[in-house]
Write a new protein. Structure first.
Length: 129
């Protein structure tokens, strides 16, 4: 049994399979899921688990060298925009429609129960050395 960290078996295994430059999408419950990309669906009820909790859990498990979020988050969800700015310095922004297109190249999607708009980010995996 794992001592700590991500204990969801599907998510822990999927994170372990990611490599340098692979991308994963952490998304709210309303984001359209790209076809053909494996999804770990953590959504339970609206708001649970939160985007922030899932983001922090994943960031504790993987090395991230960059991220991309929707421009719209700046005005439509300032709390989430602030969270991403604190966790991911140098975060890039694209229009939401472009973010949806980019998500098709992700190796993994993690769906949260988040019910606030634009709580989505694509993370690009880094390397630990």
């Amino acid at each position: 049994m794992k001592r700590g960290g991500v204990i969801n078996a599907a998510l822990a295994g999927a994170l372990a399979r990611l490599g340098h430059t692979d991308e994963l999408l952490i998304c709210d419950s309303g984001m359209p899921l790209p076809g053909g990309v494996p999804v770990v669906d953590l959504a339970f009820v609206a708001g649970i688990p939160s985007f922030a909790d899932v983001l922090d859990g994943i960031l504790s498990e993987i090395v991230v060298e960059g991220g991309t979020a929707a421009e719209e988050i700046r005005t439509a969800n300032p709390a989430c925009h602030e969270l991403l700015g604190e966790r991911l310095p140098g975060l890039a922004y694209v229009p939401h429609e472009r973010l949806k297109q980019l998500s098709a190249a992700a190796k993994l999607v993690v769906r949260t129960g988040e019910a606030r708009p634009y709580a989505n980010v694509i993370l690009r995996c880094g390397v630990a050395f």
